[in-house]
Design a protein around this ligand. Sequence first.
Ligand code: AMP
Length: 541
Amino acid sequence: MLGTMQNVPLSIAQLLRYGSTVHGSSTVATWTGSESRVATYAQIGRRSAQLAHALRSLGVDSDQRVGTFMWNNNEHLEAYLAVPSMGAVLHTLNIRLFPEQLIYVVNHAEDYVIIVDGTLVPLLNQQLPKFTTVRHVVVANGDPSTVQAPDGVEVHGYEDLLAAQPEEFDWPSLDENTAAAMCYTSGTTGDPKGVVYSHRSIWLHSMQVCMTDGMALSQRDKTLAIVPQFHAMSWGLPYAAFMSGASLVMPDRFLQPEPIAKILATEKPTFAAAVPTVWQGLLQYLEQNPQDISHLREVVVGGSAVPPSLMHAFEEKHNVRVVHAWGMTETSPLGSVARPPRGVTGEQEWAYRYTQGRFPASVQARLIGADGKELPWDGKSVGELEVAGPWIAAAYYRDPDPEKFHDGWLRTGDVGHITPDGFLTLTDRAKDVIKSGGEWISSVELENHVMAHPAVAEAAVVGIPDEKWDERPLVAVVIKEGQSVTAAELREFLVDKVAKWQLPEYWTFIDEVPKTSVGKFDKKRLRARHAQGELTVETVK
Ligand code: AMP
């Protein structure tokens, strides 16, 4: 027997229609350096229709890929809404990819149009001649004449293209499994992999972002989306904002601690999301330049493990709750969120909050041991996390990777354990675990302990080859400005925190931990710097 309910396809067009009418007075504010330029969702709705007409005039009439090479801003939001709604596929390009990776993803996705922010034109110009399928470049917030277009590529101004276009569009009815948007992984090894989100997956994921134990986004919120729109769809915030009516604040290219502090002071958002390194930077800035940021009801932090010291500092110094979440490009990205169960308080509550959190009903999870067998959720057994669900990738775009997908599950490459009540703790990336004398040392755990030292700004731990033990941890430390600490003092600081055999003997002091294109610690580069003898290593026993 079938259900008797209507089979209405879930679509971005419906999110666009809903957000721009019912929540037509909600706003998106893009920072310009000194103030915000603001548009209502009603205006964004009209401009999205104009953008769709404009793209149609360039020949976008089916599932052509429309690339965006942009910061988080109003125009990028318009592309998020218009491109999938008209039946085309949005391809958010990571502006920080290495040139050869950028060329690879544009050609692999076969982008037909690229919308680029004026300030990013010089970066795009360098690679433009190597894009084989791009026929149109549209410049937003800048001068089209700066584009050095090769033969066969037409250049347009975003506003010129939109002007005089109708403010309504007859959005087509699409199968909900149609591709809506794509994003390539920022993997540090091999070619990037394309993840293609469907209208259905984005819709369901947006609902999860809005759910109380998700990010609890609602029309009462003003959301500062620091996480780039080119990184895992800004964690789904733009679509969830149109679903809930939450207003958006976009930082554009102003991502350093000082402008972020200024945006906070001016816009007073209630919610924000970014990777830990952004919050570490802001925290240090606020130490020198105090400012009330308690208008933030909470900030969701993920993308890498959040050091407990960071959570405490925000809560105790700034009265801002940091909520830890886990996800991946392949998981849309929201996978788990750490909201403690009812009734727990004090240290126990903190212990829950340090974890990567609980999975929602839509995301199934299992742990697989070294022997390929499933492990129990006992809070102890450590294995590789695998996940499945309606917003989890089932494959990469035109790139079979049987290693990553099997039996309908995604292998995450993350290693950890899960408690009987479903709280995930990741101990490491499979490739970052330090294998010392047949035992595993969690690089993340060591980092968290070192970063809890008051003189430490950042610390990254990598395994380095060791004749006797196979691998030993090397701790790379960035000291806070105006502070000092020695390797011996830091080792002493760890004595009562980790097992004796885990105590690191190799230390190096650096100016900055190298970061990936999305702001995570780049341990591959750190290992390479060590292998090339570029680091001065102190040995303390
Ligand atoms: P990306 O696809 O660039 O978002 O990277 C996804 C990867 O980031 C995951 O597989 C994890 O290794 C890492 N990651 C994301 N969130 C967390 C977290 N809360 N704790 C630890 N690692 C995380």
